[in-house]
Design a protein around this ligand. Structure first.
Ligand code: 6GU
Length: 228
């Protein structure tokens, strides 16, 4: 898989994409992540990437030409399954979408910035508009990092324990049960007895109960989806 991220602030994407699991996945050749500076594709002398909006609103708008040139260049080199635009008015990102993206070949993630992107690019080049939640970020870079992280960890071989991506919170529509490690008693606080019992069936049952109880208490909205 290849993920091309297009941004006016490439610095924001360096460290989140080059540590830990994402670093390892790239070294192992599971994914290639390439960050592009949109400014490098500007057409004018001062390398402008934004301009004033028609109709006289406040704030600046991302110009179409640099983004168009960069996307056209990328698409001339390989096929992309999706051109994603990160924007607060996109569809809400969730685990189902992360799963879907992780099955694709190559994707472009165009990071929104300023007051927005010239709408012609959204209409003609963007195939998917994604928001990571109902709050406003200064730009789409952190959202792009969230998407890349959540997709890459799903690629086969990206995380050591094959099982652990499948047992994530949300992967079965429920929150994950609590986890514990040694010591069995710490500071007078004991690990739930059943986990020390060695009784696999009872442990599984306890985990399912806990997952349900936590979901019912903390995220009843997920349970409604799950029961459908
Ligand atoms: Cl994708 N971009 C921005 N700027 N703000 C957001 C967002 C994206 N998702 C939630 N808030």
């Amino acid at each position: 898989m290849r993920i091309d991220i297009l941004t006016v602030v490439p610095e924001l994407l360096v460290s989140p994409l080059n540590e830990s699991i994402l670093k390892r996945a790239q070294r192992a050749g599971l994914v290639e992540i390439v960050v592009h500076n949109i400014r490098d594709w500007a057409t004018d002398k001062h390398r402008h990437v934004d301009d004033y909006p028609f109709g006289g609103e406040a704030g600046m708008v991302m110009k179409p030409e640099p983004v168009f040139r960069l996307i056209s260049h990328l698409q001339s080199e390989r096929r992309y399954d999706e051109v994603i635009f990160t924007t607060p008015d996109g569809m809400q990102y969730d685990q189902r979408e992360a799963n879907r993206l992780s099955t694709l070949g190559n994707i472009i993630i165009l990071c929104g910035h300023y007051k927005g992107l010239d709408h012609r690019i959204r209409e003609h080049l963007v195939t998917r508009e994604i928001s990571i939640g109902d709050y406003v970020l200064t730009g789409g870079e952190l959202a792009a990092a969230v998407i890349a992280d959540s997709v890459v960890r799903l690629l086969p071989g990206a995380i050591g324990d094959e099982e652990s991506a499948l047992t994530d919170s949300f992967q079965d529509g429920l929150l994950a049960p609590p986890v514990y490690t040694r010591p069995a008693e710490f500071n007078g606080w004991a690990v739930p007895e059943v986990l020390l019992s060695g009784h696999d069936a009872r442990i599984e049952e306890w985990k399912e109960e806990q997952a349900l109880e936590r979901t019912r208490r903390l995220r009843p909205d997920l349970l409604e989806k799950w029961e459908d």
